[in-house]
Design a protein around this ligand. Sequence first.
Ligand SMILES: [Zn+2]
Length: 99
Amino acid sequence: MQPFYRSYVVSIFVSLAISIGLQMILPWPFGLVAAIAIFMLYPLILRNGTLKRMGGGMGSSTGGGFLGNGIRYVCLVCSNKFNGILCPRCGSKMKKAEF
Ligand SMILES: [Zn+2]
């Protein structure tokens, strides 16, 4: 919950900065409306982005863990389980992946 809270506070400051910038760029009513819209929408956008990033991170980390564990192969000739290109027992390249 802590990083979420921090990102929310940061998002408020960023949206505040953006809205101040918009006040300068846009004429009064449009600037205010855009500022309010961004102020309300920005945390949602950021949270969605954070969730997506978290999901991506989780996905990549599980992928990394999966790769780190290594795909084990079973030799089709001597059914030796090994972890490489060639079967260390019989030198065969014939293998199937085992998860
Ligand atoms: Zn083999």
